[in-house]
Design a binder for this molecule. Structure first.
Ligand code: SF4
Length: 421
């Protein structure tokens, strides 16, 4: 959008007139990183104007406004106006003039009201564009700031999603549908459609060859959605549902809306229908009050379920969330040790999954890095021969690599003897 207004990328960061920092605020550590990055940008390039946007900008614009070199703070609520904000200034001054002052409140563009649901894609040169079709969340998990920075759940309108997938599907083999709480798509726009209705419509009305769903809350994996995933090979065999904890007492303290038996029911149903799918989860260790026994419940649950990968997070206090007021914080070394236990377990399960795929044929989409592709069940495959990006191939798996799989290479005997001198 900036390029359309005549701005061009700087040859290197230190030569930029404008630096845009898109921020996360999911943990206190993420906030620290943002402040450090802004200070570093200002130190290395004091002439640059810094624009900070994203969730941290939405949650606490005043703090960011006082960092040196920061000229604009633009919350998520005003993100789409960034080109106007910057272009208006450039038009006034003829160019982006160097900025040495402190920001004044008029330069903060953030409010705790939420405008219409944005529909974004991050196409660029990527081979697997991500299309956000839902934003915000109505839940109130006690550790999470997202509802405060992203607002209530909103769905992109059906016709816009169809149109965007139609356009992306004409250009790319795989499109990833995402959202803050993707499974809630359609619950707010009065058209009485659910995620499975949307997926079915997209398959019928667009040319997209592969659709992948990013994270979906466990209870939003309806039977209809799972059956659709199992019945149409254009939907990637990929199930990802945040677990957070495998212990009911911890889930209750987290204010998660399901219990372990509910999660298990959804996952077993999915596994019965899609036995070779990728199964992933986000898990949080060290939540306040998590005892050794509670952690062991989580570990044992994960051990017994057909996960193929995990994203393991260590709980960190997030000021302003209900969880940060809970007593019994878990000592940091214990949190780290639990994290290591689950990572090791995840690595073992992932290796077993990959070993089980040797000898199978998998459908893959080739990636920008020409020697690699991604299987529909979410494993990176080293190709026997480099292949242009953005093509769907079927490959036979010859073995496992350090972190993925390798396509079977042609047998030497299969090579024509006439080329061997
Ligand atoms: S469901 Fe996810 S986004 Fe919503 S409050 Fe819970 S953790 Fe945050």
């Amino acid at each position: 959008m900036l390029a359309l207004r005549g701005f061009a990328p700087a040859p290197e960061r230190d030569a930029a007139d404008l630096v845009v920092l898109n921020t996360c605020t999911v943990t206190a550590a993420a906030d620290d990183d943002v402040r450090k990055t802004a200070r570093r940008v200002n130190r290395e390039n004091p002439e640059a104007s810094i624009l900070i946007t994203g969730c941290y900008a939405q949650r606490d614009p005043e703090t960011l406004a006082h960092l040196p070199g920061v000229r604009w703070v633009v919350g998520n609520s005003h993100k789409t106006q960034i080109p106007d904000i910057v272009a208006e200034h450039a038009a006034e001054s003829g160019a982006l003039t160097p900025y040495h002052g402190n920001i004044h409140v008029g330069d903060i563009f953030a409010q705790h009201e939420f405008l219409s649901a944005p529909v974004e894609d991050s196409t660029g040169d990527r081979t697997r564009p991500n299309l956000k079709i839902q934003d915000g969340c109505n839940n109130r998990c006690s550790f999470c700031v997202i509802p405060f920075v992203r607002g209530r759940s909103r769905s992109a309108p059906l016709h816009e999603v169809i149109e965007q997938v139609r356009q992306l599907g004409a250009k790319y083999c795989e499109v990833v549908l995402s959202g803050i709480n993707l499974g809630r798509w359609g619950r707010d726009n009065g058209i009485s459609m659910r995620l499975h209705d949307l997926v079915r419509t997209l398959l019928a009305e667009t040319p997209v060859e592969r659709l992948r769903l990013s994270s979906v809350e466990p209870m939003d994996y309806s039977n209809e959605l799972l059956e659709l995933m199992a019945s149409d090979s254009r939907i990637a065999r990929h199930w990802h549902a945040p677990l957070q904890s495998g212990c009911d007492a911890v889930l209750k303290r987290m204010k998660r809306r399901y219990r372990v038996r509910h999660y298990e029911d959804r996952m077993r149903r999915a596994f019965a229908l899609l036995p070779e799918a990728a199964f992933g989860a986000d898990v949080m260790v060290g939540f306040p009050g998590e005892t050794d026994a509670e952690f062991e419940e989580t570990r044992a649950f994960i051990e017994g379920m057909p996960y193929t990968y995990l994203h393991v997070f260590t709980y960190s206090e997030r000021p302003g969330t209900p969880a940060s007021d809970l007593a019994d914080s878990v000592p940091i070394p214990v949190r780290k040790q639990r994290n290591a236990v689950l990572r090791e377990l995840a690595a073992r399960k992932n290796l077993e999954f990959r070993q089980g795929l040797v000898g199978r044929r998998l459908s893959v989409v080739t990636l920008e890095n020409e020697g690699f592709a991604l299987s529909d069940n979410y494993v990176k495959v080293e190709l026997a021969q480099p292949s242009p990006a953005n093509e769907i191939h079927e490959v036979e798996i010859g073995g496992v690599t350090e972190t993925g799989l390798a396509e079977k290479r042609p047998e030497l005997s299969a090579i024509s003897p006439f080329v061997v001198i």
